[in-house]
Each structure stands twice: as C-alpha cells, then as structure tokens.
Design a protein around this ligand. Structure first.
Ligand code: PAF
Length: 289
C-alpha cells in the first residue's frame, strides 16, 4: 500500500550515515534520531512522528544490540521483521533508516563500557545485571555516530530514559534527549515488542500492570508517603492475576529512581512482571506531598 511518502533510504555503514548527516547539518538542517531494536509498533511510530514534527531530517536506527542481553535472555529469538519496520518508518515519516550489522557496530570485542551504576543497578538492573551498561554503551555510540540531534525515547522504558538523559548531560553530548509518553492498547497494556510473546490467557491478564500503578498512584495522592505501603498495594493488585510473577513494584523519586525516605515531589511508580516468557514493564508518574 502506498503511504504517500517516499521510502526511507537505507544506510548500513557508520561512515555513510555520518557523511549524510554532516552534509545535512552543513545545509542548516536539524536532525531527529529515534534509536530502536526494530519490530516496531505504534509506540515507536509516535517517536518517529514527533521527530518528524520537530526536525528537518529524521533517522531511525534498527539494531538488536547484543550487549544489552544477558546469557539466557531472548537475543536470538528477539522478534525481527525488517520489511514491516521499513513500511512503518515510511508511514511515520523517517528519511533514513540506519541498519548496521553486528560487525559494523562492533568490529572488535568491545573494550569500552559506559556505566552509570547508581541508576543502572536498581529496578530492572537488579535482575538484569549489566543490561543498562549495554544500553548506555550502544546509545552513546549511536549518539556519537549521529552527532548533534534531538533524540527521542519512550517513557515506557523510564529507567532507560533517565540513564540516557544523565549520560548525555555527563558526557556533554550535543544531544537534546526528548522523553515521549507511553502508548497503550485500549485496555491499558503498554505497547512493547515483547507483547508478541504473550499467550491469549497471559494477554488478557497483562493490563494488571497499569491497574497496579493506578492503585499505587491513588494511594500516593491520598497522602501515603511510605514507599513500602505503596509498593505493597501495587504488589497486591498484581497478585490478583494468576499468571503474573512479580519481579518488582517500586515507588521511587523520579530523578534518582530510589526512595531513601518518605515520598516527596515527583514520584515514579514502576513495575516489572513476568508472564511466561514475557517480562513486561510499565510505569507512571505522580506527585507526593
Ligand atoms: O529501547 C530500545 O529499544 C533499546 O534499548 C535501544 C535504546 C534502541 C538501545 O539498544
């Protein structure tokens, strides 16, 4: 089906992408960048559409980054469908799709790791050791390749967004990191490439994540400042779904991702829940005190 937009140009090399973007910037054009691991859904498309509104040139990268998967995780099985991704990129308004292969990104074993321990070792990092080191390392590399740009990340991966924002500031990268709201199914399930793993029964119970977050937010808004009480409330809602296996339910400061005392100011509520093979995450913000 024609989208009415030109098909984005494919670029597989780092040198080729850098040259094109250097030329664009020299001509005074701004660059928007959306890094992805492919198997795009409407959540990714909303990032590309936002980048399209804000910028003259829009680049999407598709690279399933081995550094952010632990042994035994789903790197080999991670869903991939390049033709469908390109169609979605075209429809959302991408100009260039960067599709490096493994050797292009990592011609040598990686000796450099970007690590933000205070933000990376909590929440998802506690059960996925090294995951955010892999994310920060590949995102740093992609941002260096792309150069001066606005880069768009979903709030659905709030810990990732927090880490990337801090990394860009700490390293003075010439990048404006833009966080974009979570896109949800009508029943509240946050869009994720990993939703493809859910059986019908698991899918029907998966909206429990948002229900738990909303119950936690209602408690905070009613004046509860004890993170443990809010976490217990969220865990009790998750426990109502028989197929759900809770990894964490956390109430934390939105900036540090930890809670060292009573909840105050901008709070983030975050949950991670396994349904069979799928590990789902979600989060929402609220105000305390
Ligand atoms: O959110 C993702 O899909 C990935 O973590 C990212 C940011 C593309 C890095 O591989």
């Amino acid at each position: 089906m024609s989208t009415g937009r030109p098909t984005p140009e494919l670029e597989a090399t780092i040198g080729g992408l850098s040259r094109r973007l250097a030329e664009a910037r020299a001509a005074g054009r701004t660059v928007g960048f959306v890094p992805t691991m492919g198997f795009l859904h409407a959540g990714h498309c909303s990032l590309v559409e936002r980048a399209r509104v804000d910028n003259d040139v829009v680049v999407v990268s598709i690279f399933v980054n081995p550094l952010q998967f632990n042994p035994g995780e789903d790197f080999d099985d991670y869903p991939r469908d390049l033709d469908r991704d390109l169609e979605m990129c075209a429809r959302a308004g991408a100009d260039i799709v960067f599709v490096p292969d493994g050797p292009e990104m990592y011609p040598e074993p990686v000796a450099t790791t970007v690590r933000l321990p205070a933000l990376a070792d909590v929440l998802c990092g506690a059960s996925r050791a090294g995951h955010f080191d892999g994310v920060a390392t590949v995102v740093a590399k992609l941002l260096v390749i792309v150069g001066e740009c606005s880069a768009y990340f979903g709030e659905k991966d709030f810990q990732q967004l927090t880490i990337v924002t801090r990394m860009a500031a700490d390293l003075s990268l010439p990048v404006r990191v833009v966080g974009c709201g979570t896109v949800r199914e009508p029943d509240g399930l946050a869009l994720s490439s990993r939703n493809a793993y859910l059986s019908e029964a698991e899918r029907s119970q998966a909206p429990v994540l948002l229900r738990a977050l909303e119950a936690g937010a209602a408690l905070v808004q009613s004046g509860e400042a004890d993170p443990a009480a809010v976490e217990a409330e969220m865990a009790s809602v998750i426990a109502t779904a028989p197929l759900a296996e809770i990894d964490y339910a956390a109430a934390a400061s939105a900036s540090t991702l930890t809670a060292d005392g009573p909840l105050r100011g901008d709070v983030r509520l975050l949950v991670a829940v396994r349904f069979g093979k799928a590990r789902l995450i979600d989060n929402i913000g609220c105000r305390a005190g």
